[in-house]
Design a protein around this ligand. Structure first.
Ligand code: CDT
Length: 270
């Protein structure tokens, strides 16, 4: 956060489940996962210093964490904290990938469907720090509906954190393809909605499990304007011209003029 501030950043994006290891890779009972990895309050004493530093630096941030509500409901959650250290937005992950069963033949698990409920807050947009921010988490970034629902609410920037293992446990997907499908999802959806997308990942080896990294900031043109180049902790920074998206939203993707929702019913009916 300090390095980002030093480069002039006003908003910092951290990865999904940034406060813990990516624990859905491990088989365990829900109770154990909740005891070891979930936050029951936010902020809490363990993360208070991050909130304090944000306020001191005058920087907002997005961070993902495992949330256990007072009612005992587990969510894969992200928040936006504004420059005064106040929570200005919350999102609970909707597209949960993976499985609920123990895949004993797999090199690791992907138990998001076991450990988390489907988010109940929808894809909202938060007007804070003079920007209309949309938020989502990891697998959500691969779904065009995610961005379109937020763009229809005039989102200007979509921020997201992700954890993408380099190995696909379902089929022998080449690592370069994992990175390609990640980037193409960000680029296509940025362009088709006239929005900026800022995506932050864990990278390299976490507990011996390799992640693709490749954090990127994508302009409404669909162009990657900043991208990490290493597998170490890295800050990438862009001075984003929010008016760039206006050209697209006024013309080729002028939703009010050109969308034809009367022909899109199947998307929500099925
Ligand atoms: N964390 C997360 O959502 N990761 C998924 C992995 C999909 S493989 C089950 C992703 O879309 O990157």
């Amino acid at each position: 956060m300090r390095e980002a501030k030093g480069r002039g950043a006003e908003m910092v994006v951290y990865p999904e489940l940034a406060l813990t290891t990516f624990f859905p890779r491990y088989w365990m009972e829900e109770e154990e996962a909740q005891r070891r990895f979930f936050e029951t309050t936010m902020p809490n004493p363990q993360v208070q210093s991050l909130f304090d530093e944000a306020r001191k630096l005058g920087v907002g941030f997005y961070v993902g964490y495992a949330e256990l509500t007072p009612e005992g409901i587990p969510y894969n959650t992200a928040i936006i904290v504004d420059k005064s250290g106040k929570i200005a937005g919350k999102y609970r992950k909707i597209h949960l990938p993976g499985h609920t069963d123990h895949k004993t033949d797999a090199p690791f698990q992907h138990l998001e469907k076991k450990f988390f409920n489907v988010g109940d807050l929808g894809f909202r947009v938060f007007d804070t720090m003079d920007v209309k921010f949309g938020m989502c988490l990891c697998n959500d970034r691969r779904w065009p509906e995610t961005y379109r629902v937020m763009a229809l609410q005039s989102a200007e920037v979509v921020v997201l954190g992700y954890n993408t293992p380099s190995i696909n446990i379902y089929w022998n997907e080449p690592v370069h393809l994992r990175t390609t499908t990640h980037l193409v999802s960000l680029q296509a959806n940025a362009y088709q909605n006239g929005i900026w997308v800022a995506a932050a990942a864990k990278c390299g080896s976490e507990d011996g499990h390799h992640m693709i990294g490749s954090s990127a900031i994508v302009a409404p043109t669909g162009e990657i304007v900043a991208r990490t180049v290493s597998e170490e902790d890295e800050v990438i920074c862009v001075k984003a011209d929010l008016s760039l998206g206006e050209h697209f939203r006024e013309h080729v993707f002028n939703f009010a003029k050109h969308r034809r929702p009367e022909f899109y019913g199947l998307i929500v009916d099925r």
